[in-house]
Every structure is written in C-alpha cells, then in structure tokens.
Design a protein around this ligand. Structure first.
Ligand code: S3P
Length: 177
C-alpha cells in the first residue's frame, strides 16, 4: 500500500490531521520536520537559524526520500516539500498526495501566534499577510498537483481526517473506516 502524503502551507494542519488520520485508519504516522529533528537534534526553526535554509531543504528532502521507501504510512511533509519537477516522480511512485488547503485568512489566524517556530515567516505580524500571500503564490501550482485536495478552513483535525478518509475511498487497498 502506498503512503499517504499530506502537503500544504505551514499552519494548514498537516501534523494534527495526519496523526488523527493515521489513528483512524490504523496506520503509522511520520512527520518530516520531526524526523529531521530526531536526526539533527534541532527543531526546524533551530536548524534553519543555525545551518541555513539551503541545508534545511537538503535535510528534509533526504528524509522524504528515505521515508518514501516505506509503505502504508501517513506522512506529514514540511510546507517546503512539494511535487516540484524533481520530486514529482517520487511523489507519484510512492504515494497518494493530499493537499490540505486553507484560505489566507485561516492561515493568518493559525500562524499569528507561532512566528517564533517559523523563521520563513519573519518576525513581524504586520507583514505576515503579505508574506503568506507571496509564498502561497509561488507554491500553489505545486501544491495543486496533489491527487486530492481538502479544504481545511474552519475544520478541526478530526474533521479534516474524516474528509481525507472519505476522499481515499475511491482508491482500492486503503483501509476504509
Ligand atoms: C517550512 C515549513 C515548516 C518547516 C520549516 C519550513 C516551509 O513545516 O519545515 O520551517 O518552508 O514551509 P510545517 O509546514 O510543518 O510548519
């Protein structure tokens, strides 16, 4: 059974919905941010501050490549891992990709209190809306390549997990609960 990859912008609920989905379907869960943290001893924010964004991209991509060799896992990917030209074949080969889509107002609300943990967003709440809009514009075309798209605005993790499970019913060999 292929993996289930959850992709999307920071704050879209990948980790919390991913955990809920794994529990619901009786599958194992992994999160690329946490896997890098386990290997490096640094949180994503700490890693980026200390070693830079380029090193972070390399580390999270390596972790994604390793995790893609497993199967039947629910894997929440850091917001910077997307089906880009280089990674799209790996996404397609090894998993079903689900884009957790959240409106900009929803993201703003969810991210306002967590700037310290997200160096890419800067430290000014005043500029946050613009930063979100700029990054989303760059990333949306890649996120949109996902096999499934789920709108998470206003949903709890359990509700998001239920929507994903429902959408997965069209695939054979997936636990349907
Ligand atoms: C990033 C998202 C973060 C983390 C890092 C970079 C991004 O993960 O990987 O801070 O570039 O969007 P979450 O999407 O889990 O917050």
């Amino acid at each position: 059974m292929k993996n289930i990859y959850l992709i999307g912008f920071m704050g879209s609920g990948k980790t919390s919905a991913g955990r809920a989905l794994a529990k619901k379907l009786g599958l194992r869960f992994a999160d690329t941010d946490l896997l890098v943290q386990k290997l490096s001893g640094l949180t994503a924010a700490g890693f980026i501050k200390k070693r830079g964004l380029k090193a972070w991209r390399k580390a999270e991509t390596a972790v994604f490549q390793t995790a893609s060799a497993l199967d039947g896992r629910v894997i929440a990917l850091g917001g910077g891992i997307m089906p880009t030209k280089t990674l799209e074949p790996l996404f397609r080969r090894s998993g079903i990709t689900v884009y957790l889509k959240c409106c900009e107002d929803g993201l703003l609300k969810r991210l306002t209190g967590s700037l310290e943990r997200r160096p890419l967003l800067g430290d000014s709440p005043v500029c946050l809306r613009r930063t979100i809009a700029r990054l989303l514009k760059q990333r949306r075309p890649y996120y949109e390549k996902a096999d499934l798209k789920i709108n998470t605005c206003g949903l709890t993790p359990a509700q998001t997990a239920a929507r994903i499970a429902e959408a997965l019913e069209q695939y054979e060999n997936y636990p349907h609960k």
